[in-house]
Write a new protein. Structure first.
Length: 470
């Protein structure tokens, strides 16, 4: 009742305020009609009467809705009580289920026994074998093995699901098949991505888990995408030839290069620069060194042939008593016939003169070979210094964060040194060989000249003794 009185009091105040506002608005709206205070008072009384009627109507409606609100409150309390009872019942059931679940898990562990360890090992083996199968070349011919093992390992790990007998047998079967296929050389048809990007169906040769080849070219298997592609750079020609021979072989033994790492060594092998690329790394200095070396080699071949022919002619002259002009020994020995009356000292001087005239011919252009053997390593050193300067300039610009940049620059710089040594070493050997051969012919000339002088000295001595006796 007290609450009801307070509500009525508040409503009356609101009605008075509303009436005053309404009256004010009516005064403004009907300014032309309410021309005096009596008319205004009458209008205010009428408005207050109408407002009282509305207030009474509102109070009746509020009283009617109050009973409805009380009913709704009672229903909400009943629903709350029912929900609390259900919650308590479910909480009790949850606790009971936890105890039952713990008992059941304990019973399951006891019944599993060693099988639990078996499934743990099976999960680990499946996970380890999956990564091996994914990168195995055999998966190019037998796809889908890694996906099965991955799904099995994840299902056993995430939901603690036990593997079935069929799944256990398949794990064993896939491992046994991997070992069996590792010892086979077989062919199969599959799509191959060529170096130009075109996908073509080809007959692919698989050599165990080591290599894939098609049309004499080595292939690369991508375990992530399951695709097979030709290597953009192929290894040396002999490896490609052996691959083509093995693919065409009908059972004969063929020498074939194997990559026990499954492709890692092969990728490194094809990345290694060829001889042509190494020479190109030497740049202008490298080409100059090779050109100089080629000139030296041509001179060495020419002098070797000339000295070989000259040596053969000298040997023939040694066996002949007739002196010819087509060899150095014959031209030297002609000094004896040209000066038959010369004394020993004069003859010796004539022979020495003839020998000195032949020595430059025998040693012709050998000094060029010697100079090349000295200049070639110096040119290589020049190229190395130039390359190192370029490397340090690159380091100044880009820093030392990329070791490949430094290693590549240093490797390129050292190529010229290698080329210089490659030219200098054979030039030095060729010079030594040719110089020795030239000197051997000169020694023959000196030996024969000494023999002629000795012969002339004996002749003069015999003539002198004969004159003394006479």
């Amino acid at each position: 009742m007290t609450n009801m009185s307070n509500m009525n009091h508040i409503l009356r105040k609101l009605i008075v305020i509303t009436s005053f506002c309404l009256a004010s608005s009516l005064v403004v709206a009907q300014e032309d009609k309410a021309l005096n205070l009596d008319a205004l008072l009458k209008q205010l009384e009428q408005g207050q009467f109408e407002q009282n009627k509305q207030n009474v109507q509102r109070e009746k409606e509020f009283a009617a809705k109050r009973s409805q609100q009380d009913q709704m409150l009672a229903q909400a309390k009943q629903t709350r009580n029912a929900t609390l009872a259900t919650s308590e019942r479910m909480e009790t059931q949850f606790e009971e289920n936890e105890f039952k679940l713990a008992d059941l898990n304990g019973a399951l562990d006891k019944r599993l026994g060693s099988l639990k360890e078996l499934f743990g090992v099976l999960q680990q083996v499946s996970g380890d074998t999956k990564s091996k199968f994914q990168n195995s070349i055999i998966s190019a011919q037998i796809p889908g093995r890694a996906e099965f093992l991955d799904n099995l390992a994840q299902s056993m790990g995430a939901s603690s699901k036990l593997a079935s007998i069929e799944e256990i047998e398949r794990v064993w079967f896939e491992m046994q098949r991997e070992m069996t296929e590792s010892g086979k050389v077989t062919t199969f048809i599959t799509d191959v991505i060529e170096a130009g990007g075109k996908k073509v169906s080809k007959e692919v040769l698989r050599v165990g888990p080591f290599a894939l080849a098609a049309d004499g070219k080595y292939l690369d298997y991508n375990g992530t995408t399951g695709s097979i592609a030709e290597l953009v750079r192929q290894p040396a020609g002999r490896y490609g030839d052996s691959a083509a021979q093995l693919q065409q072989s009908s059972g004969a033994l063929i020498e074939f290069g194997l990559d026990p790492t499954g492709g890692s060594i092969l990728k490194l092998l094809v990345q290694a620069p060829s001889l042509k690329e190494r020479v190109e790394q030497g740049g202008t200095v490298g080409y100059i060194i090779l050109a100089v070396g080629l000139v030296g080699l041509l001179i060495a071949v020419w002098r070797f042939i000339a000295l070989f022919i000259e040596s053969a002619k000298v040997n023939l002259q040694l066996k002949s008593a007739t002196f010819k002009d087509n060899n150095s020994l014959g031209r030297v020995m002609k000094a004896k016939d040209d000066y038959p009356e010369a004394d020993i000292e004069a003859l010796e001087l004539h022979l020495t003169e003839a020998i000195l005239g032949e020595v430059p011919k025998l040693g012709r252009s050998l000094s060029i070979i010697k100079v090349i053997s000295v200049v070639a390593p110096l040119m290589g050193l020049l190229g190395t210094v130039s390359g190192m300067i370029n490397t340090f300039q690159a380091i100044t610009l880009f820093g030392t964060g990329d070791p490949k940049l430094m290693a590549g620059g240093i490797s390129t710089a050292l190529v010229t040194t290698v080329l210089g040594l490659v030219v200098a070493i054979p030039m030095t050997l060729l010079y030594a060989i040719l110089n020795t051969r030239s000197k051997s012919i000169v020694y023959i000339l000196q030996e024969q000249a000494a023999g002629v002088i000795a012969e002339r000295a004996e002749a003069h001595s015999a003539a002198a003794n004969k004159n003394e006796k006479a």
